[in-house]
Design a protein around this ligand. Structure first.
Ligand SMILES: [Zn+2]
Length: 184
């Protein structure tokens, strides 16, 4: 990430909207903006295989569900946040990962410019690739500030997206079990 360019971009932006980058309240804003970007876009520097420890030879073969994982992402169309909750389930096939690593996976893909659909399928695809499970289910519920703040229709609505693989796709019972876990 190029910190100097982030700072000058922020100053240029402040001027472009008609404000004065030198006034008291704004004089440290480019610095703060650059610092915030390090967190907001930290996902670009992370790869799922780097943070996910996979345990082999596990006998557990029931569904594992982690729900209500808070996430914050940035809409790639407006560079404005969208945020909400992710619910993730999978049925292992010999490999599992530490439970705390699942929110980490969400973090890796959400801390970038994104759209909700792609974010959902990237999480599902990388869990699928890393664990080769019997199946994965990912559901994201999010509010988009670009819709809410600009006053476009569906202002306060929650956008839901899902991505399923393997048995979550082919087996109706598995899919409904996943949904029951989430609704609980
Ligand atoms: Zn948007």
């Amino acid at each position: 990430m190029n910190e100097d360019r982030l700072k000058s971009a922020a100053s240029a932006f402040l001027e472009s909207i008609g404000d004065d980058p030198n006034r008291e309240g704004l004089k440290d804003t480019p610095d703060r903006f650059a610092t915030a970007c390090k967190k907001l876009y930290s996902g670009y520097a992370m790869k799922p295989e780097d943070v996910l420890t996979v345990f082999d030879d596990e006998k557990y073969d029931e569904m594992i569900v982690v729900k209500d994982i808070e996430f914050y992402s940035m809409c790639e169309h407006h560079i404005i946040p969208f945020f909400g909750k992710a619910h993730i389930g999978y049925i292992p096939d010999g490999k599992i990962i530490g439970l705390s690593k699942i929110p980490r996976m969400v973090e890796i893909f959400s801390r970038r410019l994104q759209n909700q659909e792609r974010l959902t399928s990237q999480i599902a695809a990388s869990l699928n690739d890393l664990l080769k499970p019997k199946g994965v289910g990912v559901i994201l519920e999010a509010k988009h500030l670009c819709m809410m703040a600009r006053g476009v229709e569906k202002q306060n609505s929650v956008v839901t997206t899902s991505s399923v693989t393997g048995i979550f796709k082919s087996n109706m019972n598995t899919r409904s079990e996943f949904l029951r876990h989430i609704e609980r």
